[in-house]
Write a protein that binds this ligand. Structure first.
Ligand code: ATP
Length: 237
């Protein structure tokens, strides 16, 4: 069986600023993978490349098929959806309309409505605020909305870029329980970029360590957590 997503020799950057230098990464269907790395290592650049938001050199395959066009709608159509860093909700639109924008390209109106109801059940705070514009939500609620919106395309792989950033620990705990539940119930694979490495490692089975745009180490999460240097630098114990 092909991997869900495979990057081979992925390089990307911004004009003359080369950030990623030949990254290899594989995500199997239903797998939870975490990318660790210091600030500026290129984690967001990697996520944006995988989401079709940044041009790259190298090869990207989904279900064994090479992705030709570097376009976010192409990646969404192939089942890859990004929860961008900084939430990325449309602040002037209502909660419900934000969810609808996540379903662009879907033709099954009744399925879309079912999914909206489903995510309202998962995130009751959003249901209570369904008519409110997103800009008036709390940080945690906006993050819930960003996740639910990314799920509206029914992705098989959800790319989560620092979903815990700036949120209270109790909210973060809830968000992680929710995405873990989505992974377990729906088989949605997760790629997590996370400051809160301990939390992410708690639900991940595989880890990549990115340093200055290169994968310097990768392996099963359990073996990673046993490495003293990884524990000291990323897990803080
Ligand atoms: P952080 O944890 O701080 O978000 P990161 O690992 O996600 O870090 P990136 O955001 O991918 O790192 O940034 C990697 C490098 O690319 C950094 O040196 C950054 O300054 C640079 N960079 C990021 N965005 C741009 C941009 N739009 N234009 C030019 N350089 C950029």
């Amino acid at each position: 069986m092909s991997a869900l997503l495979e990057a081979r020799g992925l390089s990307a950057g911004y004009g003359q600023a080369h950030v990623l230098h030949g990254v290899d990464l594989t995500i199997e269907p239903g797998q939870v993978v975490v990318v660790l790395g210091a600030n500026g290592a290129g984690k967001t650049t990697l996520m944006r490349s995988l989401a079709g938001l940044l041009p790259y050199d190298g090869e990207l395959r989904v279900d064994g098929e090479t992705v030709g066009a570097v376009r976010p709608d192409q990646m969404v159509a192939r089942g890859v959806s990004l929860v961008p860093q900084g939430r990325g909700t449309l602040t002037a639109l209502s909660v419900t309309d934000n969810l609808r924008t996540g379903a662009v390209g879907r033709r099954d109106a009744s399925g879309v409505q079912e999914d909206i109801d489903r995510w309202f059940t998962t995130f009751p705070r959003l249901a209570e605020r369904r008519h409110q514009v997103a800009g008036t939500l709390s940080g945690g609620e906006q993050q819930m909305l960003a996740i639910a919106r990314a799920l509206m395309s029914r992705p098989r792989l959800l790319l989560c870029d620092e979903i815990s950033l700036g949120l209270a620990p109790v909210i973060v705990q809830g968000l992680f329980e929710t995405i873990r539940g989505i992974n377990e119930e729906m088989g949605t694979a997760l790629l997590l970029v996370e400051q809160n490495a301990a939390l992410a490692m708690g639900i991940a089975s595989y880890v990549y360590l990115l340093e200055v745009g290169r994968v310097v180490q990768s392996g099963a999460a359990e073996s990673f957590a046993q490495s003293d240097s990884i524990r000291r630098v990323y897990l803080g114990y």
